[in-house]
Structures are given as C-alpha cells and as structure tokens.
Write a protein that binds this ligand. Structure first.
Ligand code: PRP
Length: 211
C-alpha cells in the first residue's frame, strides 16, 4: 500500500483538521509536539503522511500531486484557481469574504465609481467587481492588515475576510457588500481520486458521518 499524503494549511485550520481526523481514528502523534521543527509527519500503521504548508501553497501541492489530499479555506481555493476536486465542506473556519470600508464608500459602490480596492485576494476581487458587478475598479494587492488601506487613504474599500467583525469595528469600518461565504474544504488531486478511489472514498464517507 502506498502512502496517502495530506497537505494542511498551517495554523488553526490544521489543528481543527487533526481534531476531526482523530474522530475517525486517524491520528498522528508526532505532529502534537509543539517544539518540533519537522516538516513531515508519518503514520506508519495507516500509511499516511501529513505536512504543513502556507495556506496558499496547499492547492499547488495538490494540483501537482505532491499531496493527494489538502485541507484549506475556500478563499484560498477561489484565489488560486487550481485544477483539483473540492470534495467536502468541513464546516469549520466559517467566515465571509466581504467588501468593506467606511460608510461613506457605500455611495461610491452604488454609483459604480472607479475606486481603488485593496486586498490580499486580487483574483476574487477582480471576479467580483468585473464579472458580477460589472464595475471597473483598480485593484491593489496587499499582504496583510488590509483594514489599514482605507484608513490611511490607499484605497476606498477593501475585499477581505470577516469572521467576528471586530477588526472592522475597532477601526471604524463596516461590511458594505458580501462576496461569498467561506469555510474549510477538503480538496483532492484529480489522478489520486481515480488511483486511490477506495481509500479516499472511505475517508470522505467516514468524515461525512462525523460532521
Ligand atoms: C483576518 C482578516 C481580517 C481579520 C478578520 O486577518 O484579514 O483582518 O482576520 O477577523 P475578525 O472579523 O474576527 O476581526 P488575519 O488575522 O488572518 O491577518 P492578516 O491581516 O495578516 O491577513
């Protein structure tokens, strides 16, 4: 039996995923050591391997088959646009992709003005404004702390993830439009889905039973 390899987005999502996997009898003891600098973890008994990567790299590993299976946020899946199967909504990591800004920017959105949009997700923002709203905008890519952009005058609005809404509130911004709901998803390499259909199919049905 060959190893099935999982790519997990580092951080909270990976921890949640391992908690979920434990419920269906998939464990990985060596991953629990907080001091470890190891990058890849093995469960010899079940012939499984796990590795942690930056979230946006998960779809890359899965498309190329370096990982058979990935767990990543829907935001990353939409942004990366990789060829792979999205097989399961895992239900956690729930949040929303939104257009946000000061209340004063609402009018600019309503009047289809040529505004600047700062975001970590240029593809999602472009698709939303160009294909869904038919509004021409200038998209500015940032790498984090996106809420700063309208405060310091870099852009009129942002496209960003809203979870509790507290970052917006504490910075005098609000949700102006909703782009789409988000949550953690399981993705599968297209060839692995055929070659390892039985094992992956069982994994999906076991997960469905506990979700
Ligand atoms: C995300 C997102 C918002 C915040 C939303 O940022 O970009 O800034 O969380 O959460 P809230 O609605 O619960 O306040 P993250 O902390 O991942 O860091 P980043 O700003 O570097 O992207």
């Amino acid at each position: 039996m060959r190893y099935l390899t999982f790519a997990l987005g580092k951080g909270r999502l990976a921890n949640k995923t391992m908690e979920l996997f434990e419920k269906i009898g998939i464990t990985c003891q060596e991953m629990k050591d907080p001091a470890t600098r190891k990058l890849i973890f093995v469960n010899e008994e079940l012939k499984l391997k796990f590795f942690l990567s930056k979230g946006p790299d998960v779809p890359t590993y899965v498309e190329y088959g370096a990982a058979d299976i990935g767990v990543v946020g829907r935001d990353t899946i939409l942004e990366e646009g990789r060829r792979m199967y999205e097989v399961l909504d895992l239900g956690y990591g729930k949040c929303r992709m939104c257009v946000c800004g000061p209340e004063s920017a609402r009018e600019l959105l309503n009047h289809q003005e040529l505004i600047r949009v700062a975001t970590k997700y240029p593809h999602i923002a472009k698709d939303y404004f160009y294909n869904r709203k038919h509004q021409t905008v200038e998209i500015i890519k940032l790498n984090g702390s996106i809420e700063l952009a309208p405060i310091v005058g870099l852009s009129e609005v942002i496209v960003d993830i809203v979870e509790t809404g507290s970052t917006l509130r504490e910075n005098g911004l609000q949700v102006l439009e909703e782009v789409c709901p988000l949550s953690a998803r399981m993705v599968v390499n297209q060839v692995s889905m055929k070659m390892e259909n039985e094992r992956i199919g069982k994994l999906i049905s076991d997960l469905k039973a506990v979700l």
